[in-house]
Design a protein around this ligand. Sequence first.
Ligand SMILES: Nc1ncnc2c1ncn2[C@@H]1O[C@H](COP(=O)(O)OP(=O)(O)OP(=O)(O)O)[C@@H](O)[C@H]1O
Length: 142
Amino acid sequence: MERCVGSWIIEGELGRGSFAVVWRARHATTGAPAAVKEINTDKLNKKLQESLASEVAVLSQTKHRNIVGLLDLLKDGSRIYIVLEYCAGGDLGLYIRRYGRVSEATARYFLVQLAEGLKELRRHNVIHVSRLYSHSHIRLCI
Ligand SMILES: Nc1ncnc2c1ncn2[C@@H]1O[C@H](COP(=O)(O)OP(=O)(O)OP(=O)(O)O)[C@@H](O)[C@H]1O
């Protein structure tokens, strides 16, 4: 049977971070893809709870083409589900490790986007990782 979180149908695991399991999902009616971060808040120490609260606060206040978008936020008991835009190109760090050196033009193209995202996030003082939304479009993740 399909597992659903709100209006999102869970399809498979995308990865794990220090406090989340991330699932690939799609919207039940529109079919839009998403990444659902599932977090069991019971297991978080004070510092991680603060870091999660800041991630959610910043995501909900920010809308920018170089910052991963928050699509939905759901809570179920001690579990929280952060529904994010799906970054099909994967992690920027992984991309660099896999493909090695990129051309100057590509590096410049990526850096301009990183700078745009950083500029937007500067006032929040929280930046985390960068992911490729498509094969050439960067989103900063908080
Ligand atoms: N928006 C997204 N689109 C596609 N994949 C994602 C997205 N967000 C997370 N992932 C995948 O899930 C994995 C875990 O992500 P998560 O944000 O929980 O941790 P992290 O930021 O990579 O690491 P940490 O939490 O340890 O700092 C990532 O490495 C990536 O493979």
